[in-house]
Design a protein. Structure first.
Lengths: 114, 114
């Protein structure tokens, strides 16, 4: 019963490097989300997707790109990492609009940019 | 816009003490309300939810009642255990957003001492 799986779990990048965070869910959920969690800031939405082939910007999208080529996967890319992107990144999925459903979260990716 | 405000922590209690974590919200319409819990090193897990006014969500001894008149959704537990030590997040469904994503409070860290 995997749920939502994030890879990698930890990563250290140098400023200017690029990387892709992978989120995979096996629950056939339509909606997927990327959040970042920072001390004192709670969770902030970066990008989200309401279905295969769709993506949309959230609250803090700058410096990130996403893709949803397959329903089960939602990729978060950093093209040129900056120290301000040091954070813990969480992926979540949902069956649909939040009126009746909760999110299922992954266990997170801790990213440090030096 | 919609927002969630929860009491700042950390909250430190002795085992078997009564717990209240306050959460108030600002929203248009009638959002669903959620409490999530994050144990150290893990992702967020849905603890309980309420989808309409006067609903009471409950799980694992925790309870919260959706109070429309006071725009509140306070989390309570009658007798906390050391294993309840975690960060607790209040959230609402952003019905004003294009796809109803969740808006989270900043989290309240709870430490329970034996």
């Amino acid at each position: 019963n995997a749920g939502v799986t994030q890879t990698p779990k930890f990563r250290v990048l140098k400023t200017g490097q690029s990387m892709t965070l992978l989120c995979a869910q096996d629950m056939n959920h339509e909606y997927m989300y990327w959040y970042r969690q920072d001390p004192g800031m709670g969770l902030r939405l970066i990008h989200y997707s309401v279905g295969e082939g769709t993506t949309a910007k959230g609250e803090v999208p700058d410096g990130y790109n996403v893709s949803r080529l397959k329903k089960q996967n939602f990729l978060l890319g950093l093209e040129s990492a900056a120290p301000s992107q040091t954070s813990v990144y969480f992926c979540a999925s949902s069956q649909g609009r939040q009126g009746n459903y909760g999110y299922t979260f992954g266990s997170g990716t801790r990213l440090t940019v030096v | 816009g919609n927002s969630v405000t929860q009491m700042e922590g950390p909250v430190t209690l002795s085992e078997e003490a009564f717990l209240t974590i306050n959460c108030t919200y600002t929203a248009t319409g009638y959002p669903s309300l959620f409490w999530y819990v994050q144990y150290p090193g893990e992702g967020l897990q849905l603890l309980l939810k309420a989808t309409k006014a006067d609903d009471k969500g409950s799980n694992k001894g925790f309870e919260a009642t959706y109070r429309k008149e006071t725009t509140s959704f306070h989390l309570e537990k009658g007798s906390v255990q050391v294993s309840d030590s975690a960060v607790y997040f209040c959230a609402l469904s952003d019905l004003g957003g294009s796809q109803g994503n969740l808006i989270f409070g900043k989290g309240t860290k709870l430490s329970v001492k034996p």
